[in-house]
Design a binder for this molecule. Structure first.
Ligand SMILES: *Cc1c(COP(=O)(O)O)cnc(C)c1O
Length: 240
């Protein structure tokens, strides 16, 4: 299957999972994780109407955004929306500056120091960065993400910052084919989300659950994802 077919397939699967859980498919934003995809595939997807794109490494985000910013309207077709870039991978503190500069959304904020750094830089750049807090919902299986028990406190701290908006939570399920393990992670994230929202932390901005990748995006949608981050299912394996 080629790109267009895979793109249709992924969107159909999202819509089917949404309907299965009685949700409106329009509540769910597909974020295309471009990683190893060649620029012409990214351009092709833009021309098919895809708007949200992500990279998982700052260096790749830099190269990609430079390439597309050099094009007319960020590479978008006539009448189409220019791309919106997301940073989804683990963020090192020494890479915060370019990430803050280039991304409209950062999904992987998991410490106070990191959020303070983004706040300081965003303030200096006179912009507002939309961030999501990454939560480690799978326990020791992952080394990134704030611990479940610390999530609410960190959310409160981020909520005091002026130039970052806490727009939601992000998690990654472990690499497994076991659907119930995946589902448990997503349910846990949704519960933390609901608790934070109940306490009005993040205010009206706090609306997103970024969860689900190629292996598990349908399960994530069933459990309430508003953003799914899909790479391989769109672009294939690619060279690592
Ligand atoms: C690579 C990556 C994805 C997409 O993964 P696929 O399995 O290729 O869909 C999503 N989120 C993050 C943080 C990633 O690094």
């Amino acid at each position: 299957m080629e790109l267009q077919g895979r793109y249709r397939q992924v969107r159909d699967n999202i819509a089917a999972a949404a309907r299965k859980s009685r949700r409106d498919p329009r509540e769910i934003t597909l974020v295309a994780v471009t990683k190893n995809a060649p620029d012409d595939q990214v351009k092709a997807l833009l021309e098919m109407g895809q708007v949200h794109f992500a990279e998982s490494k700052v260096q790749q985000l830099q190269t990609r955004v430079e390439t597309f910013n050099a094009m007319d309207r960020g590479g978008a077709p006539p009448g189409g929306a220019p791309p919106i870039w997301h940073m989804v991978g683990h963020l090192q503190r020494n890479k915060v500056k370019p990430a803050t500069q280039l991304a409209q959304y950062i999904h992987s904020v998991d410490s106070l120091r990191l959020s303070e750094e983004i706040q300081m830089l965003a303030d200096r750049m006179e912009k507002v960065v939309q961030i999501m807090m990454e939560v480690n919902t799978s326990g020791e299986a992952r080394k990134f993400g704030v611990a479940v028990g610390a999530a609410q406190h960190l959310a409160e701290q981020i909520d005091t910052m002026e130039s970052v908006h806490l727009v939601g939570l992000m998690t990654m399920a472990p690499k497994t084919r076991d659907v119930e393990t995946q589902r448990r992670c997503f349910i846990r994230l949704r519960e933390i989300f609901e608790e934070i929202r109940f306490r009005k932390i993040g205010g009206n901005h706090f609306v997103h659950l970024s969860m689900g990748m190629s292996q598990d995006y349908a399960v994530a949608v069933e459990e309430g994802a508003t953003m799914v981050r899909v790479g391989t299912a769109l672009f294939g394996e690619g060279p690592e």
